[in-house]
Design a protein around this ligand. Structure first.
Ligand code: ZN
Ligand code: ZN
Length: 335
């Protein structure tokens, strides 16, 4: 099969992904083989490719927003029928036995594995995953539309949940990429007012189109104090900027897996019971709940499609903030 292989992390401008012929994977016990139709491109893929996340498998096929159909079943697999449309997301497997798994926090598992990082992912024509960690994809979404729901969507949803916002409240977004453009639709559905601080006119315009009551530059101060805020951009300097705008008791959620160093700031920005918390991965329950809500809203993702062999280009455009919405690879090949 065709796949994009990362042999060693490097700056995306050096085209580190090699479009290569590799053996088609075989589903092991409890796994399914998925014929990949579309795979979303996430900022975490960029962190894997450029080495901000230390390599865990070499070479590795990135990609953890995989939409496709079940092509074959491993031994003992019975959850999905051949031909069923499914999604593979970041959380590839958990041990099920650690304290976290046993207390409903499998996102914090001590021994997790991840698609497109510790295991080969979906920048390929085929991918395998344990059936228990695979999602059924609601019919109302096309493959291309569904792909960004699997990480951008699910992590944005978990970020929203952790922010604690509810109807009638004000929520700030810092950065307006793939996750934010989905999360705003859920927030609006819940009756929450969204304020978007983001660099780039196009991102601000998309935020307004999707119902933001205000959109401004990356560190522009929103006109109102906020009940909660989510930082999607991997920029630590946004933390004090966001705290400054939070109401007393407000919650600041950091939605990324990687962030540049947070500068020191005055205690008074945090005092008055403001909180900061990060988001790590998601539980399968988050995924199931989000996909149900996504079909209900219904979420409309804005996507830019690239052929599989242009994965490097997709990552370069993502890094340069040139994607409005989410980048998606068309993996239906042949190129
Ligand atoms: Zn565990
Ligand atoms: Zn992701």
């Amino acid at each position: 099969m065709k796949a994009c292989l990362l042999r060693a992390p490097a700056d995306v401008r050096s085209n580190p992904l090699e479009y290569a012929d590799v053996p088609q994977p075989e589903p092991g016990t409890g796994e399914v083989l998925v014929r990949v139709k579309a795979c979303g491109v996430c900022r975490t893929d960029l962190h894997v490719v450029e080495g901000e996340l230390p390599p865990r498998k070499r070479p590795v096929i990135p990609g953890h927003q995989v939409v496709g159909t079940v092509e074959a079943l491993g031994k003992g697999s019975k959850r999905f029928a051949i031909g069923a449309r499914v999604g593979i997301a970041w959380l590839h497997h958990t041990d099920g036995t650690c304290d976290y798994c046993r207390s409903g926090q499998e996102n914090l598992c001590d021994a997790p594995s991840f698609a497109g990082y510790t295991h080969d992912g979906g920048f390929a024509e085929y991918s395998v995953a344990p059936e228990d960690f695979v999602y059924a994809i609601p019919e109302s979404f096309s493959d291309e539309q569904a792909a960004p729901l699997l990480c951008a969507g699910i992590i944005g949803f978990r970020s929203l949940r952790l922010s604690g916002v509810h109807k009638g409240q004000r929520l700030g977004f810092y950065g307006f990429g793939a996750a934010a453009h989905v999360a705003i639709q859920v927030a609006r559905h819940w009756g929450v007012d969204v304020y978007a601080s983001t660099r780039g006119e196009k991102h601000q315009e998309l935020a307004r189109q999707l119902g933001a009551v205000w959109a401004g530059g990356a560190t522009d101060e929103p006109p109102d104090k906020l009940d909660a805020a989510i930082i999607f951009a991997p920029a630590g300097e946004l933390v004090p900027a966001a705290l400054k705008v939070l109401k007393k008791g407000g919650m600041l959620v950091l939605g990324g897996i990687h962030m540049s160093t947070i500068p020191s700031f005055d205690y008074k920005l945090l005092y008055q019971e403001r909180s900061i918390r990060s988001v790590a991965n998601n539980t399968r329950q988050d995924g199931e709940d989000f996909l149900r809500v996504a079909a209900e809203v219904p979420i409309r993702t804005q996507t830019k499609l690239f052929p599989l062999h242009e994965a490097n280009v997709a990552l370069q455009e993502l890094k340069a903030d040139r994607i409005n919405g989410a980048a998606v690879l068309d993996c239906t090949g042949p190129a």
